[in-house]
Design a protein around this ligand. Structure first.
Ligand SMILES: Cc1cc2nc3c(=O)[nH]c(=O)nc-3n(C[C@H](O)[C@H](O)[C@H](O)COP(=O)(O)OP(=O)(O)OC[C@H]3O[C@@H](n4cnc5c(N)ncnc54)[C@H](O)[C@@H]3O)c2cc1C
Length: 354
């Protein structure tokens, strides 16, 4: 039974939902406030016109991601290997034809989640019957009232909490949330400098009726220093009944319209894999620069800058405020594994105190 200890989780991505799951089996009353109109954050699986699960966000993981593997097992979610057999292509220079190469089978290939990465979000949600979830709830202020915390959202709604866990990129916390009284100077200075992994990246997906490239001996893998598509992979589903590609676009093109991006993707791929590319069923892409991941351009000296920083492991407002989210993890920061590790850490801290 929920107790009257009110724990508020800010952000309904993998970290926030995992934390809610870990706390919901205990005595706390848990509420999630999520700014956007969907759960999942940087996990976003869209369905094509033929129902192919198409990943616009997180997709791959491997045997080193032990906490993610354990959570998938616990939730009964299957995984499968990323397909990589056949001829792969590498475009090195604009004035040379693409080079073909074969990738030898990896001893430890990457996995994908059966049914799409969103499956982990959907399955966690099913376990959260006792958790209150508010979408379109963008937190803008966190006020320490001494015995409790007052949370305010952009639309003026207010909630009282005993503990608050910020499960969102620290950079966004730094630029979007005001704290009363101010947090200590060192953490205020740190927050805007914490690199948000994959902010600004551009992912695309294409859906097909058949995996014609497999029939022609291709793996679907492409790496390019030349075209708009910089990386691409086969995106056939676990049952091998739905087909497509996913990959990354050069992030320099994020100001192009989606129509122009699509045209350039198709042109590049048709020149490499033939005109069957043009018989696609669905195209989509996503530029990850929206307000839910980015608080504006970040000047970053190195990837993962200040991820897992010691100040992100501390609690604030006299033990009432915590940081979680993948950028706070001290291992596998930026990845799904980091999101889960951060949730496990904070859940342990809260359970040991409350
Ligand atoms: C294109 C792309 C590809 C990726 N590929 C991989 C991959 O292959 N493998 C891998 O392991 N990882 C990958 N990642 C990273 C992975 O998606 C993240 O590590 C993980 O999903 C982060 O989870 P999180 O809960 O920490 O943060 P998020 O998913 O960012 O969740 C934070 C949540 O907080 C919400 N929020 C933001 N501001 C507020 C506010 N003011 N009030 C309330 N809520 C707020 C957001 O809307 C969001 O739902 C990829 C990410 C992207 C973008």
């Amino acid at each position: 039974m929920p107790s009257n200890k009110r724990i508020f989780i800010i952000g309904g991505g993998l970290s926030g939902l995992t934390l809610a799951y870990l706390l919901s089996t205990s005595k706390y009353s848990v509420t999630i406030l999520e700014a956007s109109r969907r759960l999942g954050g940087r996990i976003q699986t869209k369905r094509g016109k033929l129902e192919t699960p198409l990943e616009l966000g997180a997709t791959w993981f491997s045997d080193i991601h032990q906490n993610l593997l354990a959570l998938l097992d616990e939730l009964g979610i299957n995984r499968f290997f990323q397909f990589s057999k056949g001829i792969s292509l590498f475009q090195t220079k604009s004035f040379e034809p693409a080079q073909s190469f074969y990738v030898p089978e990896s001893e430890s290939p990457s996995y994908r989640i059966a049914g799409g990465t969103q499956n982990i979000i959907k399955t966690l949600l099913k376990k959260l019957d006792d958790v209150e979830i508010h979408l379109n709830a963008s937190v803008s202020q966190v006020k320490d009232l001494g015995s409790e915390i007052l949370i305010e959202t952009k639309d003026g709604k207010k909630w009282s909490a005993d503990k608050v866990v910020l499960c969102m990129p620290p950079h966004l916390v730094g630029v979007k949330i005001s704290f009363l009284p101010d947090l200590p100077k060192d953490i205020c200075q740190l927050l805007p400098t914490v690199h948000t992994w994959m902010a600004g990246s551009v992912k695309f997906v294409l859906e097909y009726e058949k995996a014609f490239w497999r029939e022609n001996g291709y793996s679907g893998m492409l790496y390019s220093h030349v075209g708009i598509v910089t990386e691409m992979y086969d995106h056939t589903n676990v049952e091998e009944s739905k087909f497509g590609f996913t990959g990354f676009l050069n992030s320099g093109i994020s100001s192009y319209s989606q129509g122009v991006r699509k045209e350039l993707v198709l042109k590049q791929l048709a020149s490499l894999l033939g005109n069957q590319i043009l018989n696609f069923i669905a195209y989509d892409d996503k530029v990850w620069t929206d307000e839910y991941i980015s608080g504006g351009p970040q000047i970053i000296q190195r990837p993962h800058q200040n991820n897992g920083h010691p100040l992100l492991q501390e609690s604030y407002m006299n033990g009432k405020l915590y940081f979680s989210g993948t950028e706070t993890a001290t291992q596998f920061e930026g990845y799904m594994e980091g999101a889960i590790i951060s949730a496990i850490n904070v859940a342990e801290k809260i359970k040991s105190i409350v």
